[in-house]
Design a binder for this molecule. Structure first.
Ligand code: FAD
Length: 365
């Protein structure tokens, strides 16, 4: 008999397995995919760690979380500094003095502020009716048209005039010459990839790949005292109240016979006519010098049952539905729900680490 049956070998399930193992607990991990790691899985191609489910950059201001992950990998000094490509013009992101200088030739923060104020003033309205009006209201025409409009429309699958203004609450602008996308204190990529990190976490557990827990629920439940479930919560309950919705994304990955395709790990394509939103060039996450390179084009996609669920759509309807499932989950004596799918919440990796540590502390006294 195992102490814990862990459903899902993503970051949440793997940290639980590691912490339980340290306390001498026996864990069986079942994973429906043919690999461990969940969405942070990286696969080595041409000596390059390819982020199979989208670019993953670890960043946090939580020192405990940062120190915790260091035991599983050494992190490099990668700093996320994406650039935007609008019809062949290149702009730095997030919006900062480098972006403003390229757009308007302004040099000082005061000049940049005055320019944005002048541009936004032309569209000032107290009650923006849609996303377009909201964005124009905040940053004016140039930034909106070159860097926001097309990208956002592709991401949401709707024109900006059909999207609600609340999607963009504020648009952070930085009046310093700093292209670092994140504001966190700590940032980096695990040297050797995320999969190697997960392998270390799962070292003491028994792992069975290619096993869908829900298809063998009764026989698997009988093997363990308790269950840690990190799959979709609505699927666990047989969708009895209805289906939770997600946004999806698809990736087109290619090996290119050249050492450097775009000179940066992340390039956003902000014009509507280019069908993908981003191209990721994986080797730049680890300052790779290989002869070849691997790129992934990212296409936002509508989601239907059976597709890979990526981003929960936390609108009122879905949140209410989730709360109905959450009520059932709270009554469970033998099952712990965790991770992004088990709690229907978008979580960055550092949130998952913090949450997994909180749950394990509570559970494994
Ligand atoms: P998952 O990784 O989804 O793990 C759940 C596992 O459960 C999966 O392996 C799944 O196959 C398995 N499973 C589900 N159902 C069953 C079943 N019935 N039987 C058996 N197994 C099952 N975070 C960052 O911090 N930085 C980033 O740059 C970043 N980029 C991201 C980019 C994208 C495109 C996305 C979608 C997310 C990104 N994230 C990022 C978030 C990060 O991916 C998550 O925080 C993390 O992967 C969540 O881990 P998890 O264990 O909760 O879930």
């Amino acid at each position: 008999m195992y102490d814990y049956l862990i459903v899902g070998s993503g970051l949440f399930g793997s940290i639980f397995a590691y912490e339980a193992g340290k306390k001498g607990k026996q864990c069986l991990v079942v994973e429906k995919r043919d690999h461990i790691g969940g969405n942070i899985y990286t696969k080595e191609v041409e000596g390059i760690q390819v982020h199979q489910y989208g670019a993953h950059i670890f960043h946090t201001s939580n020192r405990e979380v940062w120190e915790y992950v260091q035991q599983f990998a050494e992190f490099n000094r990668y700093t996320n500094s994406p650039v935007a490509n609008y019809k062949g013009e290149i702009y730095n992101l997030p919006f900062n003095m480098n972006t403003f200088n390229k757009l308007w030739g302004v040099v000082t923060p005061a000049e940049a502020k005055a320019k944005i104020e002048e541009q936004a003033a032309a569209y000032r309205t107290e009650h923006p009716a849609n996303l377009e009006e909201q964005a124009l209201n905040l940053v004016g025409k140039d930034i909106y048209e070159k860097l926001i409009k097309g990208y956002t429309e592709k991401q949401w699958g709707h024109r900006a005039t059909e999207l609600p203004p609340e999607i963009i609450k504020r648009l952070p602008v930085r009046y310093i010459y700093d292209n670092n996308y994140f504001n966190d204190i700590y940032q980096g990529i695990p040297i050797g990839g995320y999969t190697a990190m997960i392998e270390k976490m799962l070292a003491k557990a028994e792992v069975r790949l290619g096993v869908d827990y829900l298809e063998h629920k009764d026989e698997l439940d009988a093997l363990a005292e308790k269950i840690v479930y990190t799959g979709p919560i609505d699927a666990y309950y047989g969708y009895q109240f209805g289906e939770l919705e997600y946004r999806s994304v698809s990736f087109e990955t290619e090996v290119l016979d050249q050492p450097n395709y775009q000179g940066n790990a992340v390039v956003n394509y902000t014009e509507y006519e280019v069908p993908y939103t981003r191209i990721i060039e994986h080797k730049h996450f680890e300052f790779g010098t290989q002869d070849k390179t691997v790129i992934s084009r990212e296409y936002p996609a509508a989601w239907k049952k059976g597709d890979e669920p990526y981003y929960p759509v936390n609108n009122e309807k879905n949140n209410m539905l989730y709360h109905s499932y959450e009520k059932l989950a709270k009554e469970e004596k033998k099952v712990i729900f965790g991770g992004r799918l088990g709690t229907y919440k978008y979580m960055d990796m550092h949130h998952v680490v913090a949450e997994a540590l909180r749950v394990t502390k509570e559970e494994l006294i």
